[in-house]
Design a protein around this ligand. Structure first.
Ligand SMILES: [Fe+2]
Ligand SMILES: [Fe+2]
Length: 271
């Protein structure tokens, strides 16, 4: 049987079919195109050129993508564990009643959190439920989202809902306790508490990802609207944000993901 080869003309969505490890390899080369809306339209070569890659770099990437495929035993793409899908299914109805952006926010965050867990050897059994459940508390209550009182409430209510969901899926008791605590404090930076994120790698990685959302293809335009900024102002908002000073990125991978997204947004602005 003839094995399919990846070439410059292969579209992004097909690359993943040919080589399930491609997501990670592309990510390492600064390409987030797999999950983007252009994946079925854009070819690998077009994506590389758009990201400023030269001929030599493109060839190296194609070689890597084809080589990895033959080496089947290493790094099989991690599927999302069933238990996380179960948690997501139970959490979704709350998000449907919550902020309009949150379903996209969580879906994106699950994907990048899995990458960070794999690369940084972070315990996904704590980070993933935290990511999936952190804002379920917005589904109950008022619709004003930038108010300190509500910020406090959504953590409190969210912790209760998370406990209920995690018990329902029979999550390990000691883990439920930790995750519920994380949810009850996940936005505490708003109240000036930055230390908790430095002391705990799960909370630190979480807050990195939560912030990075504002630089993603979907999150960026949403926040431009919410904050009433054009793209240049939005980029300035990200560059000068207190987060970078008070809660610097806790892992190399989250920093890299952020820089890649920001670079992509800058390039879009030039078009
Ligand atoms: Fe939150
Ligand atoms: Fe969030």
């Amino acid at each position: 049987m003839k094995t399919k080869k990846i070439t410059g003309k292969t579209k992004f969505d097909k690359i993943m079919e040919i080589n399930p490890d491609a997501g990670m390899i592309l990510f390492e080369h600064g390409l987030h195109c797999v999950g983007c809306g252009m994946a079925s339209v854009e070819t690998l070569e077009q994506g590389c050129i758009a990201h400023g890659m030269g001929k030599k770099e493109i060839k190296e990437l194609i070689d890597k993508l084809n080589k990895k495929k033959k080496n089947k035993t290493v790094n099989e793409k991690k599927p999302i564990k069933k238990i996380y899908l179960k948690i997501w299914k139970l959490a979704k109805p709350y998000y449907e009643k919550g902020r309009p952006m949150d379903i996209d926010h969580i879906k994106w965050m699950i994907q990048d959190a899995l990458i960070v867990c794999q690369k940084e050897k972070i315990d996904d059994s704590l980070l993933l439920p935290l990511v999936i459940l952190h804002d379920v508390g917005y589904g109950v209550g008022e619709k004003v989202y930038f108010n300190k009182d509500l910020k406090h409430k959504h953590m409190k209510i969210g912790a209760k809902i998370a406990k209920k969901i995690l018990k329902k899926v029979k999550y390990p008791k000691e883990k439920i306790k930790k995750i519920v605590y994380y949810i009850s404090v996940h936005d505490n930076w708003i109240f000036g508490d930055n230390e908790i994120y430095k002391k705990d790698i799960i909370l630190g990685t979480f807050t990195d990802l939560d912030y990075i959302w504002m630089a993603t293809p979907k999150g960026f335009p949403i926040f431009m609207k919410i904050l009433n900024k054009n793209s240049k102002e939005m980029l300035e908002y990200l560059w000068t944000n207190e987060k970078l000073k008070n809660r610097s990125f806790v892992t190399k991978t989250t920093k890299k993901i952020y820089n890649n997204y920001v670079r992509d947004r800058k390039e879009e602005m030039k078009k």
